[in-house]
Structure formats: C-alpha cells, structure tokens
Write a protein that binds this ligand. Structure first.
Ligand code: AOF
Ligand code: ZN
Length: 369
C-alpha cells in the first residue's frame, strides 16, 4: 500500500479537479466495480477532460478521459491526472490503466485512495517505476465515503448486494390472490432488465419460484433474451421443481440450500459472483436487510393501492422506532428519485453509522401542544 502524501502537497487547482472527478464518478452505477472519476489537468492547471467508469465491463475512468483527449487530438504530455482511486495495474475485463497513463505521456498522477482489490492493486508502484510522479491522499475521506459499501464488500470477500423491490404505495408486492404481474410500469421493468444485464447473479427464494415461477432472465425491451445473462440462484431448503421456468436450458440456474444470507453470499462469491441482485420474496428481502447485507436499495414505487396482500417485508426484528433502519438517498446512477413511466424509482444506501440523523438532533415534541 502506498503511504498518503501530506495534504499540503496539492495545489488548489488539483483539489478543485479532484472534486470534479468525484462528481463525475457519481454518474456511474454501483456494483461489482467502484464508482471512479478522473480529470486531466494541463501543465498550466486547466481542467481539460473528465471521464468516469460506467460499470463492470466498460472502460475505466482513466481510459475514458484519455479516450476523450485522443478523440480531440490533444497532446497529454506533461499533464497531471487526478483520479478518485489508485489506477489499476491488471488486465481484468479492461485495463491496465497504468499502461494507458504511461502511453499517453501523462507525467504526474494524483489519486485519492489505494485500490484494496488485490488483482488490481499496485498501480502506484508501476507508475513510479515508469518515471511518473505519483501522489495520493487528496480528498481521501470523500473518496472512501463515495464507495463506502463497495470497500466493505471487498474487505469482507463477498459480492456487492443490490436489493430490488417492486411495490405498491402501501408496500405490497402481491395481491391477496397472489397476483403480482405487473405492479411496475413497463419502464420500471425495462430498467430492471438493464440492471440484470450488468450483474453477475440474481437471487430469489424457493417460495418465489413456487408461487411466481419466474424466468429471471435478462430481456431486451422487445422481449428477446439479452446476450449477457446473470446466474440465476435460488436459496432455500426446498429443491427447485423439475419444471420450474428458472431452470432454463443454459446451465445458469443454481440451488443454494440455505436460508442464511451470509452463506448464500459466500457460495456465490466462491463461484465468482461480485455483484448480486436480490429480487424477493419478502422472506429473503427481510433476511438480507436484517443481516445488514444490503449495499444498495432500489424501490420501484407504483401509484397503486391494494390495502391487503403480501407486504414487501415481513419483519426486520425491530420493536421500537429508535431501532429503525436508517437509509440515505443515493445520488449515483441517475439520481436518488427518478420517474419511470407512472412509477417512481427510489435509490438508497444504508446510512453511514456515524452520520448524524437530523431527527436525533431535534428537541422532543411538546406533549399536548
Ligand atoms: C481503475 N479505474 O475506473 C475502475 C477501477 O476487471 P475490471 O476491468 O472490471 O476491473 C475491475 C477492478 O478495477 C475493480 O475491482 C477495481 O479494483 C478496479 N476499478 N480501477 O483504475 C476505474 N473502476
Ligand atoms: Zn483501470
């Protein structure tokens, strides 16, 4: 791990450019990869190009910024790159960024935090060995906060977990007779399928397989199967019926014989999954939330009321308001609230344990007033 450089080693222009890179990073989606932004500064200190990462399998932020410069025919020799994460050193789905930076003639790199992901780490060393000046630690706290749950998932050697709920205004995911297709608008369904195309695995409980018999494949807007398909995992102690639609014929369906979220995640990680979307039903959703194993929450809220039927959640072990789970709005990936047809798409992440909740700071309400 490279040691952080003292904050005084950065210019105001570099600090401002790092803020631009941090803001750009937020445009990307959360998942297997962290949110990363990169800005290229001219030798005179002018911000020239800003790139960001758009999710696993797409170019890294540094490569995105350099590609823009190349398209514009710009000469980057003598430029400084500001990047929110240590440039990667590996050939994964793309990369390595160190090579792209060296080849572009960039002579100085300032990054916020080290990459904790083993295969990709060590970029600073490679850059220095090639004669690039490297400094780190600028805006480190902001950069750690930006990917707080991703860092936690990497450290825990488990997949990043997105939880998906498609519900009515009164938090129902099915009517009394079990019907649930479709609570969400076509636009929400299309958004969900776009997410299915970029995750490694989709996870449901055996109950969902029995009741809804979903295919859980990723489909294009016209209904045809997408070229990239996630693993379809079913957790629970009951087996998957021989004729269940989820089995498909591509060998991507797996049964995880456990009710424990932690065990299911360990099995998925072992099989190579780095981003899983948990889709239901209420028992599985509640188990993941109770275990604190949800990194990102996406709720499709339909302007519909049922008044009865299946609730999205069936208990989180919370008896009093002081113990309520607190969530915060997540501005990443298109914003915290978006309109999708008739629905609202709500995007949240668990509140930071140390962040202050304004409700706690308020004076208790006067009784009888
Ligand atoms: C960077 N810039 O924009 C990102 C980095 O296999 P890949 O290509 O998807 O690489 C993923 C790993 O690369 C990820 O786990 C993390 O360590 C690093 N992400 N690195 O230099 C970027 N997204
Ligand atoms: Zn990279």
């Amino acid at each position: 791990m490279a040691s952080a450089t003292p904050a005084t080693d950065f210019t105001d222009g570099e600090a401002a450019a790092m803020d631009v890179a941090l803001a750009a990073a937020l445009q990307g989606p959360r998942g297997a990869n962290p949110l990363v932004g990169a800005t290229i500064l001219s030798p005179e200190g002018t911000s020239l190009f800003t790139g960001h990462h758009r999710g696993a399998g797409t170019p890294h932020a540094e490569a995105d910024a350099i590609a823009q410069a190349q398209e514009a025919g710009a000469d980057l020799s003598g430029c400084t790159m500001l990047v929110t994460l240590e440039p990667c050193n590996h050939v994964g789905r793309t990369g390595p960024c160190t090579e792209a930076i060296i080849d572009a003639g960039i002579t100085s790199v300032v990054y916020a935090v080290d990459d904790p992901h083993d295969p990709a780490a060590g970029g600073a060393r490679t850059l220095r060995a090639a004669g690039v000046q490297v400094r780190s630690g600028l805006a480190a706290e902001k950069a750690l906060e930006l990917n707080r749950r991703w860092f936690a998932a990497v450290a825990a050697l488990r997949p990043f977990v997105t939880l998906h709920i498609a519900q009515t205004l009164d938090s129902r995911i099915a009517a009394e007779d079990g019907t649930s297709q479709w609570i969400s608008s076509p636009e929400s369904l299309a958004d969900n399928h776009a997410i299915r195309r970029r995750i490694d695995a989709i996870l449901v409980g055996t109950e969902t397989v029995m009741v809804d018999n979903p295919r859980l494949s990723a489909r294009e807007p016209d209904g045809t199967p997408s070229s990239a398909q996630p693993v379809r995992a079913v957790m629970g102690l009951r087996g998957i019926p021989a004729n269940a639609a989820i089995r498909g014929d591509d060998g991507l369906a797996h049964h995880l014989p456990t009710r424990e979220p932690k065990e299911a995640l360990a099995a998925l990680y072992e099989a190579g999954t780095r981003h899983v979307m948990v889709e239901g039903g209420s028992r599985i959703l509640s188990a993941f939330l109770t275990a604190g194993l949800v990194d990102e929450l996406i709720v499709y809220l339909a302007p519909t009321l049922l008044g009865s039927g299946t609730s999205a959640l069936n208990g989180l072990g919370i008896g009093t308001l002081a113990d309520a789970q607190r969530w915060e709005w997540d501005a990443a990936d298109g914003g915290s609230v978006r309109s999708l047809g008739a629905d609202l798409r709500l995007h949240l992440q668990p509140q930071h344990p140390l962040s202050s909740d304004p409700r706690n700071a308020a004076e208790p309400a006067q009784k009888g007033s």
